[in-house]
Design a protein around this ligand. Structure first.
Ligand SMILES: *Cc1c(COP(=O)(O)O)cnc(C)c1O
Length: 356
């Protein structure tokens, strides 16, 4: 049966990407070898890495003042690596506490510098994005989480502050246009919107590096990976290849602007159903609702298993909400087509007819 994959991550990949990846896994470009058994310094993989970087630069209009890196350790490693490389012991960095991932980032940064949590939406189970906050003058940078995967909120308007920003974009990178020049550092685990697990994308402004007095292990210095073109050690060859294919796919489908249109169309359709269907309630505050992850509840929890069964019947997978929110979460990343969202909407409509 055709599956409709609403999983939050690892998440849906375009069909075409999966097909190409499966060929490359066995016989890369008719070489008689799998890409997984080739040297990471050979010409085949070098070309993959170059093309992946070029795709990132094209899609986000990233100029040469930034480095584009493909690292390991997940977005979770960037929680400490960013603070370690960018903030000295006596500096101060600001955080917006918008959910589980932000909280984890805050915890790690505290090991290396002074952390100022300037606003938090913990008071209402992270159902909104705080907007009214001030930074103290000595703030080195503001750390944001652009899309809160678990709670279904997304920053729609970037703060207009005269302060550099660092952003965890793990669950909405390449889903919409962003002003790259406002950010000193952008990072994202690939497994939500841009590839499989195993590679982490980093876009970092080169001039901000090397200014912190601290001994940093070689592998944890951005400069190491810049100097060696993401190949200081063996990079995650296959995840980088699949990421490159996914970026190719985004470009072939009109780039980030086209993704933005497509994503808001899908999200609007689903939120419209959540708002109009008497059985369901959305979790996130309307103005901050994520185009990537829609969180919602059945008003009568006794109906949960019946609804889940009906979803399963039509091939919907991965719809269960995170344990900290409960209910349902529909993740609608770039690769998801409008038709999968329509399948979910129809199930919700039919369910209301039966149980309303
Ligand atoms: C999934 C996720 C992470 C964690 O990513 P890993 O690559 O598993 O470390 C961090 N931030 C956000 C916003 C996420 O959605």
């Amino acid at each position: 049966m055709n599956k409709h994959n609403f999983s939050a991550g690892p998440a849906i990949l375009p069909d075409d990407v999966k097909r190409r990846a499966s060929i490359a896994a066995y016989d890369y470009d008719s070489t008689g070898l799998s890409l997984m058994e080739m040297s990471h310094r050979g010409k085949e993989f070098t070309q993959v890495l170059e093309r992946a970087e070029l795709n990132v630069r094209n899609l986000f209009k990233v100029d040469d003042s930034y480095a584009v890196l493909f690292l390991t350790g997940g977005a979770s490693s960037q929680f400490y690596m960013s603070a370690m490389n960018l903030a000295g012991k006596n500096d101060k960095i600001a955080y917006l506490d918008t959910g589980t991932w932000a909280k984890k980032a805050i915890k790690e940064a505290k090991l290396f510098t002074n952390v100022d949590v300037v606003a938090s939406s913990a008071d209402n189970n992270y159902s909104y994005i705080p907007k009214d906050y001030k930074l103290s003058d000595d703030t080195k940078y503001l750390h944001l989480t652009s899309n809160n995967t678990i709670f279904g909120t997304q920053i729609k308007t970037w703060p207009s502050l005269d302060c550099p920003m660092v952003c965890d974009m793990s669950s909405d990178i390449f889903s919409r246009n962003i002003p790259v020049e406002k950010f000193d550092l952008i990072y994202a685990g690939a497994q939500k919107n841009v590839g499989p697990a195993g590679v982490t994308l980093v876009i970092v402004k080169k001039e901000i590096l090397g200014k912190v007095e601290r001994d940093i292990p070689t592998m944890l210095k951005y400069q190491t990976h810049i100097d060696k073109g993401s190949s200081f050690n063996t990079p995650p060859v296959f995840p980088i290849y699949v990421t490159m294919l996914t970026l190719d796919w985004i470009i072939q489908n009109g780039g980030v602007s086209a993704m933005e249109v497509r994503n808001s169309k899908k999200a609007n359709a689903l939120y419209n159903e959540i708002d109009n269907n008497p059985l369901f309630t959305g979790c996130a505050s309307i103005e901050d609702r994520s185009d990537m992850n829609a969180t919602f509840l059945l008003n009568n929890e006794d109906l949960n298993s019946a609804f889940s069964a009906q979803c399963e019947d039509v091939g919907i997978v991965g719809l269960t909400g995170h344990r900290s929110v409960g209910g349902y979460r529909a993740s609608m990343y770039n690769a998801m087509g409008q038709e999968s969202v329509e399948v979910l909407i129809n199930v919700m409509k039919e369910f209301a007819q039966k149980n309303g």
